[in-house]
Design a protein around this ligand. Structure first.
Ligand SMILES: C[S@@+](CC[C@H](N)C(=O)[O-])C[C@H]1O[C@@H](n2cnc3c(N)ncnc32)[C@H](O)[C@@H]1O
Length: 389
């Protein structure tokens, strides 16, 4: 089996789509969509591979050598081995075989990863504890960054002894959590920054300039005199963060804010441009990123005539993961693409991506139309489709 770039995948769906477009849409920058060939054209922005992950992970480095060592984020949402049969895939396997596949895929993934990559593996209670051991084996225990608990449902399932409302997303960074923290993005802290004094360094917010006195040196205890002449000693049990000389330097640089019209205690200006954002919590609620029901509803609105895809992830969840783990232009890989949520999020956020899905029907019914509609609302970049065969 080889990877045939530009193969005619889902021809009927493509032709129907092209025929249905009222306005031609350019799926490659600068080119008009005037024939189905263009829609199938390979671009550097996104690539859907129709085929099994085992084969795709071997073929990708041969057919697309430029992806080797470039994958910055690999998000994996495999069948969890729940014992259920879904409309589009069977989720019943022998546990050892399931784990063996997980392991061999992760081993084949390793050479594709960038040195500062992260791998996010999304699971439920069926196999997550055994998968953690496999992840430790493949990437090393020191590569474990954390496990995110995602609130996947809000309604109670009374058929079970406990009504499970969460999934696990295990995050590993082969470079280790400390090194990865330096490259990962924190969460946006909303509208907390402003620029009321037109500071040329841009929007800022202020933080107290005193700390607990436990490890203080004598040079951190002194009386501060504000620009209006008000005197302040450090609050009880605290000392100033900086020495008097350092404070004077910060004042000279315009990095100190004096509240209460110059009468208040000094506060440090922290600039948005210097902020690494907020460290993400390990619990992500449905109200922040969506849940399975909202993801299914959104997909049903888009494809009302189609049998529902049972296990889509909400776009908000994938957008958050892509934003934390990558920057614009970085490469994202998902080799259990399902309905294509990772590809849509990556495309929307200006990342390159490769998605692998073995069920061609799922690609035709969900992935391609979702991507085409994404292009129509934001016609930048291109799409490529390939088939293993
Ligand atoms: C849980 S779903 C992924 C859902 C996806 N995250 C979404 O938001 O729609 C898992 C998908 O992996 C696909 N899959 C399972 N085993 C695979 C394999 N070995 N290679 C490629 N795709 C596979 C299934 O067909 C299914 O669509």
């Amino acid at each position: 089996m080889t990877l045939e770039v530009n193969a005619q995948v889902g021809e009927r769906v493509f032709d129907d789509l092209v025929a249905s477009l009222e306005q031609p849409v350019s799926l490659n920058p600068g080119r008009q969509l005037d024939s189905p060939e263009i829609i199938r054209g390979v671009s550097t922005d996104g690539l859907v591979v129709v085929g099994d992950a085992s084969q795709a992970l071997l073929d990708l480095p041969r057919m697309r050598p430029e992806v080797v060592g470039q994958v910055k984020l690999c998000y994996l949402d495999p069948p969890y081995n729940t014992g259920e049969r879904f409309a589009y895939y069977d989720d019943r396997r022998d546990s050892d075989a399931w784990l063996a596949d997980l392991k061999s895929h992760l081993e084949d993934l390793r050479p594709l990863l960038a040195s500062d990559a992260s791998v996010w593996v999304h699971l439920d209670d069926s196999e997550q504890h055994r998968a953690r051991v496999v992840l430790d084996e493949v990437f090393g225990r020191a590569a474990f960054v954390g496990t995110i608990i995602w609130q996947k449902r809000l309604t109670r399932d009374s058929r079970k002894a406990f009504s499970s409302m969460h999934d696990y997303i295990h995050v590993y960074a082969p470079a280790g959590p400390k090194a990865w923290k330096r490259v990962r993005n924190g969460l946006s802290d909303g509208g907390a920054f402003a620029n009321p004094d037109n500071d040329p360094r841009g929007p800022w917010r202020s933080a107290p300039m005193s700390v607990q006195a436990g490890h203080a040196t004598l040079s951190q205890f002194y009386t501060v005199v504000t620009p209006t002449g008000v005197k302040h000693d450090p609050p009880a049990g605290r000392c100033w963060t900086y020495t008097e000389a350092r404070l004077a330097q910060l004042v000279a640089e315009g990095r100190v804010y004096w509240p209460r019209s110059g009468d208040g205690k000094p506060r440090l200006k922290r600039y948005r441009s210097e902020s690494g954002g907020l460290a993400p919590f390990t619990i992500w609620t449905a109200s922040e990123v969506g849940d399975t029901a909202s993801a299914k509803k959104a997909l049903l609105r888009e494809f009302p005539a189609m049998a529902a895809f049972d296990t889509p992830k909400p776009i908000g969840l994938l957008e958050r993961i892509v934003e934390i783990a990558t920057n614009p232009g970085d490469l994202v890989l998902d080799y259990y693409l399902g309905s294509g949520t990772t590809a849509v999020a990556a495309q929307r956020l200006g990342r390159q991506w490769v998605g692998v899905e073995r069920n061609e029907d799922v690609v035709d019914r969900f992935v391609v139309p979702r991507l085409v509609s994404e292009y129509r609302s934001n016609p930048a970049g291109g799409i490529g489709l390939s088939r293993l065969g």
